[in-house]
Design a protein around this ligand. Structure first.
Ligand SMILES: NC(=O)c1ccc[n+]([C@@H]2O[C@H](COP(=O)([O-])OP(=O)(O)OC[C@H]3O[C@@H](n4cnc5c(N)ncnc54)[C@H](OP(=O)(O)O)[C@@H]3O)[C@@H](O)[C@H]2O)c1
Length: 290
């Protein structure tokens, strides 16, 4: 593979909400774009903007050195590329379908056996965000493939390289989503408490919850360092105190007629930690190699 000019041709396989947004961002950047989708009609809006619709995945793959694949799941990914024969040989395959680290590693092996420079990715943006300054895509796998096409991939958003393990992007993707859903769970629970008394959830969230959570990012950084070092300092807020606070949280929640299901596992974790005299993160986070 040679260095990439700024208008390097790109092939996009899969034109769902995300694949269409990826194709649009490449077209916006002036790249010649070839597209393919199982349901051909979805190529219409993109061909109207100058993209070329390939008749089948093999023809699409052969149209560009950079092939971006973004379909529903790994079964769809194998379905899409299963019949392309030797067409992947020497090309960069950037796979942005969401999956597990194990799926990514297995697919990397499959693609590498066919001569592809395999780069796995995790899209941390919604389709309307693609190409915006706030958009982020995680990548890992074949460094040669990534370096050759980095500037083109940056059309989609900031490109964060996570190393040569093809499973690393998927692991970080899932870790980020876990953090996000944990935050959403906390918000849903808090909102239900405020709503149970007829309060304004918007006012509560804007004026109290978001500023409070922003301040709580500081202890999150301390706790991350402790997990990394394996040394857990005496807590300013002891685990026993926090375990007791959880009793109040669950009791109040039930009394308000709100389902406490989202926080019960957290209460149980704190109670186990208090009983064992350990930090809750010691019970959950086991560092590899320790
Ligand atoms: N949308 C988001 O907000 C978002 C955000 C981050 C990551 N992602 C990830 O991006 C990927 C695509 O998501 P999406 O939102 O584009 O989904 P989508 O709108 O449901 O589109 C799914 C795509 O997969 C194709 N497909 C499904 N089964 C197939 C098969 N057996 N063979 C070939 N193609 C098949 C569909 O083709 P047809 O058109 O023929 O059905 C379509 O192109 C997913 O892995 C998703 O997790 C999405």
């Amino acid at each position: 593979m040679s260095g990439t000019p700024s208008v390097t041709p790109v092939t996009v396989l899969g034109l769902g909400a995300m694949g269409s947004a990826l194709s649009t961002a490449f077209l916006d950047g002036g790249h010649p774009v070839t597209v393919w989708n199982r349901t051909p009609a979805k190529a219409g809006p993109l061909t109207a903007r100058g993209a070329v619709a390939a008749a089948d995945p093999r023809e699409a793959v052969r149209a560009a050195d950079l092939v971006v694949l973004c379909v529903l799941d790994y079964a769809a990914a194998y379905d899409t590329l299963g019949a392309v024969g030797d067409a992947l040989n020497g090309r960069a395959l950037v796979h942005l379908t969401n999956g597990t680290p194990a799926q990514a590693r297995e697919f990397a092996q499959w693609a590498t056996q066919r001569g592809a420079h395999y780069v796995d990715g995790g899209i941390m943006s919604t389709p309307p965000m693609i190409g915006d300054s706030g958009s982020l895509v995680l990548y890992s796998g074949d460094r040669t493939g990534f370096d050759a096409h980095r500037s083109t991939l940056e059309r989609l958003g900031a490109a964060r390289w996570l190393g040569s393990d093809p499973g690393a992007a998927a692991l970080h993707d899932i870790a980020l989503l876990s953090g996000m859903y944990g935050l959403f769970a906390g918000h849903l629970h808090a909102a239900a408490l405020i709503a149970s008394e007829g309060g304004s959830v918007t006012e509560f969230t804007t004026e109290l919850l978001i500023p409070f959570l922003e301040r709580m990012m500081v202890p999150m950084k301390y706790s991350s360092r402790e997990i990394d070092s394996g040394e857990f300092a005496d807590q300013e807020a002891s685990i026993a105190m926090q375990a007791t606070a959880f009793v109040n949280i669950i009791e109040s929640t039930a009394a308000q007629g709100v389902d406490p299901a989202l926080l019960i596992p957290m209460r149980d974790l704190y109670h186990r930690a208090a009983a064992e005299g350990r930090d809750p993160s010691e019970l959950l986070a086991k560092k590899a190699g320790r």
